[in-house]
Write a protein that binds this ligand. Structure first.
Ligand SMILES: C[S@@+](CC[C@H](N)C(=O)[O-])C[C@H]1O[C@@H](n2cnc3c(N)ncnc32)[C@H](O)[C@@H]1O
Length: 238
């Protein structure tokens, strides 16, 4: 379904050589995405060339910005149809992935997808991030939290940083223009026990700009956080 040679080229440009088995998995992923999308709303992107660039390559930029330790635990907050973690897991099968989303129908797809791609060990969690962040099974349990297209960095930090253990990382995949958002989020990141570590800026093959914001978890998050969503919206951390 997808142009595997094109995907291999783009991934190689990110420093990620893909073998035939991985390319086959990406192809199957694209097929399932399009097939299930006819029954439930998973994505607006259904053209194979766009799936390759805007979903697969974009997700893999995470590995350009940050290399998780072997066997690390990774939680993908608001993963939707599995982005960015399912593509990342195709390339890094050693990672122990938790896919978290507040919409149950997405979890039905994610379970089926994980099985079809040989990722049966993925843990699929139906929860809001701010609820999971208060549960002992999730709070400060992950080496890496990531998210793409879920919320403003200020709010996203409150979703993600409570889930990361001290010494771990939170990596937010964002569009290119992040400077204002970063300024608006600095205080929140600090209050939640994080420190902005680095920002990787790059261009996707279609010319669109991306920034991956890497936040190091340097101290425990106060038990005041995360707050319920209504409180976050009413009183943004600033
Ligand atoms: C725009 S989609 C992005 C999906 C995917 N990350 C991607 O990049 O394609 C946002 C997703 O975040 C989920 N979401 C929004 N707020 C959330 C929260 N507080 N906790 C968990 N999931 C949330 C939604 O259900 C939706 O699947």
């Amino acid at each position: 379904m997808i142009d595997k040679r094109m995907l291999a080229e783009y991934a190689a440009a990110l420093g990620l050589p893909l073998g035939e088995a991985e390319l086959e998995r990406f192809d199957r992923y694209a097929e399932l995405l399009v097939e299930w999308n006819e029954r439930m709303n998973l994505t607006a992107i259904t053209e194979p060339g766009e799936i390759v660039v805007k979903h697969f390559v974009d997700s893999l930029t995470l590995l350009r910005a940050y290399t998780p330790p072997v066997g690390a635990t990774l939680v993908d907050v608001g993963t939707g149809a599995g982005f960015p973690s399912v593509p990342v897991k195709i390339v890094r099968p050693d990672l122990r992935v938790t896919l978290l989303d507040s919409l149950n129908k997405r979890l039905v797809f994610l379970r089926e997808l994980s099985a079809a791609l040989g990722q049966e060990e993925n843990v699929c969690v139906h929860a809001r991030a701010e609820e999971a962040g208060r549960q002992p099974g999730h709070r400060e349990q992950y080496a890496l939290a990531t998210a793409r297209a879920v919320a403003h960095l200020r709010e996203l930090s409150e979703y993600c940083l409570p889930l990361v253990r001290v010494g771990g990382m939170f990596a937010a995949l964002k569009g290119g223009d992040v400077d204002v958002e970063l300024e608006e989020s600095r205080r929140a990141v600090e209050l939640l026990g994080g420190k902005i570590d680095r920002i990787e800026r790059l261009e996707l093959p279609d010319g669109s700009r991306r920034a991956i914001i890497c936040v190091k978890k340097i101290s425990q998050t106060s038990t005041k956080y995360p707050r319920p969503h209504a409180k976050m919206a009413k009183n943004p951390l600033a």
